[in-house]
Design a protein around this ligand. Structure first.
Ligand code: G3H
Ligand code: 13P
Ligand code: ZN
Length: 315
């Protein structure tokens, strides 16, 4: 079913406004009713646009019908500015499948292919998606973490600013994920003073001022939540993310979409651990999953206000 019937929107107008008014839109991953509710409630209460991100493995976990049934059940309106986005689409078929289901935005992640193959596949996805008025994100460069076994171009693992213009004009994608030192997961840094490559980011932003840029692997890994996990029996001692100030600085250099999954996983897990350890007789999943939902809601509200700066941006 076309995404418009679910009240969803694509990213085009949202990114144009984010670029013009210097904020980013949070792309929060979800994988069940609780995380979906938490993200949507946070966006509503902050009067903020939001991107609901679904990875291929999360789609498999929920199943097509249950996922789209939940989206239909939320009775979303176009004025809510909600995007349903396929995160890290790995093939043309996967993107086409998501578009047919009702996704309004897809990422084709061909960053592990050669530059020319990345162009070919991203352009093919963009041609199909644009026929359905669905927007497309592609990626250039290689992030650390889940992608770091792959070696990239002469520019090392980072996005080479020299490649960007050619890539965009040959693919016609709507936004670009760049590699400037972020990485997926909870263990991004050994040293809190490490900095993102703002020199690369500003070069790309200067050369392509209208291009919406995306940061993957951008969780902040809130240390109070990591401590909570560790104090209630967990083991995540060295978890460390991207400082909020660096994320905000990236927003001033045309980053319009910041992807967050790990922070909400940590918030959820900390709340469930705390509840179960404090109340050993608890055996009603609604009670501890409800605490997980509240914790994800609070994290999203905090990040929408203090990292994305997208609160009070809806007309
Ligand atoms: O970027 C990757 C996201 O964190 C999704 O991870 O495939 O485990 O759902 P997942
Ligand atoms: P984190 O692991 O930093 O939350 O990144 C999530 C992400 O990039 C999803 O695409
Ligand atoms: Zn990602």
């Amino acid at each position: 079913m076309p995404y418009q019937k679910y009240g969803l929107v694509n990213t085009r107008k949202l990114f144009a406004d984010a670029l013009a008014r210097h904020y980013a839109i949070g792309a929060f991953n979800f994988y069940n009713m609780e995380t979906l509710n938490a993200i949507l409630n946070a966006a509503t209460d902050c009067n903020s646009p939001v991107i609901l991100a679904v990875s291929e493995s999360a789609l498999k976990y929920m199943g097509d019908d249950l996922l789209m049934g939940m989206i239909a059940g939320k009775k979303i309106k176009q004025s809510d500015a909600i995007v349903l986005h396929l995160d890290h689409g790995s093939s043309y078929e996967s993107c086409m499948h998501a578009i047919k289901l009702g996704f309004s935005s897809v990422m084709i992640d061909a960053s592990k292919l050669s530059f020319d193959e990345n162009i070919k596949l991203s352009a093919r996805v963009a041609r199909y998606a644009h026929k359905h008025n669905v927007t497309v994100e592609a990626e250039l460069g290689v992030l650390g973490g889940v992608e770091d076994e792959i070696t990239s171009s002469k520019f090392g693992f980072y996005t080479n600013p020299d490649d960007v213009e050619k890539f965009i004009s040959n693919t016609n994608v709507d936004s670009l994920a760049v590699a400037i030192g972020t990485s997926h997961g909870a263990y991004k840094r050994n040293n809190p003073n490490e900095k993102l490559r703002f020199d690369i980011l500003s070069e790309i932003a200067n050369r392509m001022p209208k291009l919406p840029l995306v940061l993957h692997g951008a969780s902040n890994i809130p240390q109070n939540l990591v401590r909570k996990i560790n104090s209630y029996g967990g083991k995540m001692e060295k978890a460390m993310g991207i400082p909020a100030a660096q994320l905000r600085r990236s927003v001033s250099m045309n980053v319009c979409k910041i992807n967050v999954d790990s922070d909400n996983r940590i918030a959820f897990t900390a709340a469930v651990r705390e509840t179960l350890l404090k109340k050993p007789s608890e055996f009603n999943p609604r009670n501890y999953l409800g605490m997980g939902q509240d914790a994800v809601y609070k994290n999203c509200v905090n990040e929408i206000k203090n990292i994305m700066q997208s609160d009070n941006k809806l007309k």
